[in-house]
Design a protein around this ligand. Sequence first.
Ligand SMILES: Cc1cc2nc3c(=O)[nH]c(=O)nc-3n(C[C@H](O)[C@H](O)[C@H](O)COP(=O)(O)O)c2cc1C
Length: 302
Amino acid sequence: MYFMILNLKDLSTIQKQYYLQHVIAPRPICFASTIDKAGKVNLSPFSFFNLFSSNPPIVIFSPARRVRDNTTKHTLENILEVPEVVINIVTYDMIHQTSLASCEFGKEVNEFIKAGFTEEEATMIKPPMVKESKVKLECKVIEVKPLGTEAGAGNLVICEVLKMHIDNSLLDSPSAAQDFPKIDQRKINHVARLGGDWYCVVNENNLFQVDKPNTQLGIGIDSLPKNIRNSKILSANHLGQLANVHEMPFIQPSFNDAHLKQIIQYYSINPEDMEKELHSYAKKLLDENKVNEAWQVLLSII
Ligand SMILES: Cc1cc2nc3c(=O)[nH]c(=O)nc-3n(C[C@H](O)[C@H](O)[C@H](O)COP(=O)(O)O)c2cc1C
């Protein structure tokens, strides 16, 4: 592999922004509603945004100094006057209006009106929520940390989330086993920002699950038998799945799989081809997230 190596201090602000935004991606979008002392409302999107703590519940976003003329954004000015913000979560159905709200309208312009959103009163703070957004976070700003004075410098707006409003339509149908209402991740349709004009949407077609080892440790790639680790058929992801089991699996005599039997019978005189076939079958099972079954297949030739 050959790499282009960039020394950030040799790049212009535009170049730094270009490369960083294309590679630190996708970024969730905070659609921030703020208000100034006189009661003028502002609504703008920020993708320099994320969750940093659950307890206390802290999110941070960053309205940067404008690259064009080193002025500060209205959102930041409002927050310095009234340290409160509603963070509205951006979903696919509102992305073009959200982009419209990012135009550099004058300070006197209310982007709710320009972008066609409806103001809805928040319960604990002054800035209004975006009625059309399916999730809104009422936040108190606990600190603003400027990261520099040059054009392009960010300003960390550190927010404590006081209240969440979650549209009922995003909730899973309740079951007796649940201790609290759960969000169905497939239903949100989050939109995220990448570099330049690129965005992505998170939906059922591109969502997948990865088992998370919680208290138990995975055995690790280094513990995999050599023939599995050096497989020409299994990918790095497949090895990651296999190595995430908590202890080295052993052959289960009760594992009764017709296809496995067929492979063993058919290829018994050619161990090399048998290994290929077994690895291909294990690969198929891993792609279906059947890790235990894949292990049983692989163990049959160790
Ligand atoms: C999806 C999206 C994400 C954006 N993210 C940021 C960001 O993280 N920081 C920033 O300073 N500007 C960001 N912008 C640009 C601001 O939204 C834009 O400068 C806006 O006009 C600022 O409005 P204000 O001056 O009313 O606060 C983003 C624009 C879009 C469309």
